[in-house]
Design a protein around this ligand. Structure first.
Ligand code: FPP
Length: 245
């Protein structure tokens, strides 16, 4: 999504006008390394990562971003030691409980995207609660990719599509896309990955086909609104051609 946005006071260091990536997706990587560097437990890093996410929601909103999608927990993350998985679940529930009223107040709508199957009932309940509480939010939408895998999303979409009685004989992109987890959300314009890894790790496989990528060496808990601004400025120098000239 493209639009020009007049700067707000908070964005005084941004150009007078800039193109806002309407949808930014983030792979929040590096919590474990951040904690290790400080001699802290990995779960401390995840907790710090949650606080960073809260700040980035504000920074994104102030820049004029309409959708922020974050990779919170992948379908592969269950392979981590049970103790870490349990801690991460606890941190998610704390986060959603603690910030549901705040997000509602700032009109940030929170939505879940992923495979519900396999998520502990109490975690799912917390997610559904924050979705309900923030339902009318229209300043920014935070999509939380949780128990999410890009390939799994495509397979789930195929399964849903195959169950349709009146399926057209030829499947085109427009028909297929409606079976993805959040079909009404536009594709991400910019995908950011923190902590230097140059891979997509099964994130938004379908949706990010033409997204711009921006990788930062900064570990996620250290990521700030200034880094987000830098990503947006770099995005402004990209020439998106979608395969054309
Ligand atoms: C990657 O860091 C991060 C995760 C697997 C979990 C992400 C969770 C958060 C940022 C917590 C807050 C999120 C919400 C929605 C409350 P890593 O453990 O892979 O770090 P490493 O690569 O340094 O080991």
């Amino acid at each position: 999504m493209w639009k020009f946005f007049r700067k707000k006071k908070k964005n005084a260091d941004m150009p007078e006008t800039y193109v806002v990536p309407g949808h930014i997706a983030i792979i929040m990587d590096g919590n474990g390394r951040w904690a290790k560097k400080r001699g802290l437990s990995r779960s401390y890093g995840h907790r710090a990562g949650g606080e960073t996410l809260r700040k980035i929601v504000y920074a994104a909103r102030d820049l004029g971003v309409q959708y922020l999608t974050v990779y919170a927990f992948s379908t592969e993350n269950w392979k981590r030691p049970q103790e870490e998985v349990n801690k991460i679940m606890e941190i998610f529930m704390d986060f959603f409980n603690r910030y549901q009223d705040e997000f509602s107040k700032i009109k940030c709508r929170v939505r879940f995207m992923g495979r519900e199957e396999g998520i502990p009932a109490d975690v799912m309940e917390t997610i559904r609660k924050i979705e309900k509480v923030t339902e009318t939010g229209d300043q920014i939408q935070l999509n939380v990719a949780f128990n999410y895998g890009g390939r799994q999303e495509i397979l789930d979409a195929v399964t849903k599509m195959m169950a349709q009685e009146n399926r057209p004989p030829l499947i085109d992109e427009t028909y297929f896309k409606q079976f993805l987890y959040l079909p009404d959300v536009p594709e991400p314009d910019l995908v950011i990955r923190s902590s230097g890894e140059m891979r997509t790790s099964n994130f938004l496989m379908w949706e990010s086909a033409y997204s711009e990528f921006w990788v930062s060496d900064i570990l996620w808990p250290d990521f700030t609104g200034e880094d987000l601004k830098q990503a947006v400025l770099d995005y402004n120098n990209r020439h998106r051609r979608y395969g054309g000239l």
